[in-house]
Design a protein around this ligand. Structure first.
Ligand code: HEM
Ligand code: CU
Length: 448
């Protein structure tokens, strides 16, 4: 492709994740002007945790660049005047010294320009390569550049852009406030966060990827690292095709594909049934405890030939779903002799230690940003029926407890009426709460 002639000139469309620019289709090679601006900006890693990201174009991962093989790229790298650090860019799609890094070191308020011709089709990572290189990458300075083959990649229904990254903060996971980068943890390769698209929950809830049943989805999946290799997997799906390492080789029928730090893969799959499909790094603690979990929501009619069964919601959830309960068997509690309040508290205490303690903690203190406190909880003390209902039917959505917001899921607890009465009576009679006493009859009434 070195001698391929270019026809015309265009300014490249750049997109923030999870979106990608339009396909190149069958256009000829051309001169493509890329205008990329580096911005250092504060963002949210997870509720209540602030992080200062360094970004290519204002997002993590940085803007997606889409080219065609043989294109002549004129790359303009700007460093925003409010930034504090010099930066540069190394694009793995570039044949040339430093992948462009040697020509692009730029101080805040300045711009550098360099040119390259795309010789090899494929999906490539780009990243900052300014010393300390690891720190610049760890702060979010990576993204993807796609070099499509002649004629373009085959069309699909949905295309998305996802990148994994590991983050190292002074505080442990969830510790609130502005968390600075921790160089020692980075050197030891012990991240507090492993996430898709820059933060915990960037691809869940309202921000989930979407598709309709029967569509083919293509994900341009990169790994910025700086350290970890990703075992990329979609729970409940099989990748029909994987462009291994983002190159020409296509593997088919893949369950989990390895994506090296500083590497990428193109995965494609047809969604045959509706439901929520969970994207994870299958090094699974990273998914459920460090954030490497995204969702693809597929809408459409059931396809019973492919899958049938009763669907229980909330099976794969981060953190709050760590301890799961069997669905309730509509059992009635066995008849018992009425207990005194002291007996209720003592059985309740024992039950608390087996059940609630895992999340709400030994002294009812909870876990910041994940599990609300039951100690001196204004939410608890305001409404006993509501508390009983949380145990019987579960609780989800945003609530405010002692001035702090929680937006998580508590699954319903599989307990008898008597057990619920005992445990909540124990909770109300501990840790400065208002000493409410709840009877099994009351629970029974609320269960209906
Ligand atoms: C919320 C009680 C078990 C996770 C609550 C609330 C109560 C409560 C009263 C309302 C908020 C507050 O007052 O702070 C209990 C009791 C349990 C139990 C008595 C044992 C029988 C669990 C377990 C988990 C859990 C095992 C974790 C797997 C949560 C979460 C919320 C919550 C995440 C907040 C839900 C939201 O954000 O909407 N719990 N809980 N709970 N609980 Fe539990
Ligand atoms: Cu940099």
């Amino acid at each position: 492709y070195e001698n391929i002639k270019v026809e015309g000139q265009q300014t490249a469309e750049l997109t923030a994740p999870p979106f990608v620019p339009k396909p190149v289709g069958d256009r000829a090679a051309m001169k493509l002007v890329v205008n990329m601006e580096i911005k250092e900006q504060e963002g949210e890693m997870v509720d209540g945790v602030k992080y200062t990201y360094w970004t290519f174009g204002g997002s993590v991962p940085g803007s997606f660049i889409r080219t065609r093989v043989g294109d002549e790229v004129e790359f303009h790298l700007k460093n925003h005047p409010d930034n504090k650090m010099p930066h540069n860019i190394d694009l793995h799609a570039v044949t040339g010294p430093g992948g462009g890094a040697t020509s692009s070191l730029v101080a805040p308020g300045h711009e550098k320009v360099f040119n390259f011709k795309t010789l090899n089709p494929g999906l490539y990572v780009y990243h900052c390569a300014t010393a300390p290189v690891g720190m610049h990458i760890a702060n979010g300075m990576y993204g993807l550049i796609l070099v499509e083959p002649e004629g373009g990649l085959p069309p699909v229904d949905k295309e998305y852009y996802v990148m994994q990254g590991d983050f190292y903060t002074k505080g442990a996971y969830g510790e609130p406030g502005n968390q600075p980068f921790d160089m020692n943890k980075a050197i030891k390769e012990q991240p507090d966060y492993v996430v898709f698209n820059g933060s915990v929950g960037a691809l869940t809830g309202d921000k989930s990827l979407t598709a309709k049943r029967g569509e083919t989805v293509r994900i341009y999946m990169g790994n910025g690292g700086p350290n970890l290799v990703s075992s990329f997997h979609a729970i409940g799906e099989i990748f029909d095709k994987v462009h291994i390492e983002g190159g020409d080789l296509i593997n088919t029928n893949v369950q989990t594909t390895l994506i090296p730090a500083g590497g990428a893969a193109i995965v494609e799959f047809k969604v045959d049934v509706p439901g929520t499909f969970i994207l994870v790094d299958h090094s699974i603690f990273r998914a459920f405890n460090k954030g490497a979990l995204g969702m693809l929501k597929v809408e459409g009619d059931d396809n019973k030939k492919v899958y049938s069964g009763t669907i229980q919601e909330g099976i794969y959830l981060p953190e709050g779903g760590t301890i799961q309960n069997m669905p309730k068997v509509n059992g009635t509690s066995k008849p018992t002799v009425a207990k005194t309040v002291a007996q209720q508290i003592s059985s309740g205490k024992e039950l608390y230690g087996r059940t609630c303690f895992a999340c709400h903690q030994g002294e009812g203190q909870g876990v910041p940003n994940a599990f609300p406190p039951l100690a001196k909880s204004d939410y608890l003390n305001a409404d006993a029926d509501r508390a009983v209902n949380a145990i019987l039917h579960g609780l989800s959505g945003e609530i405010t407890v002692n001035g702090k917001k929680y937006n998580n899921v508590m699954t319903s607890q599989n307990l008898t009426d008597e057990e619920v009465a005992d445990v909540i009576t124990y909770v109300y009679n501990s840790w400065g709460n208002n000493k409410t006493v709840v009877s099994p009859a009351k629970v029974k009434a609320l269960r209906a």
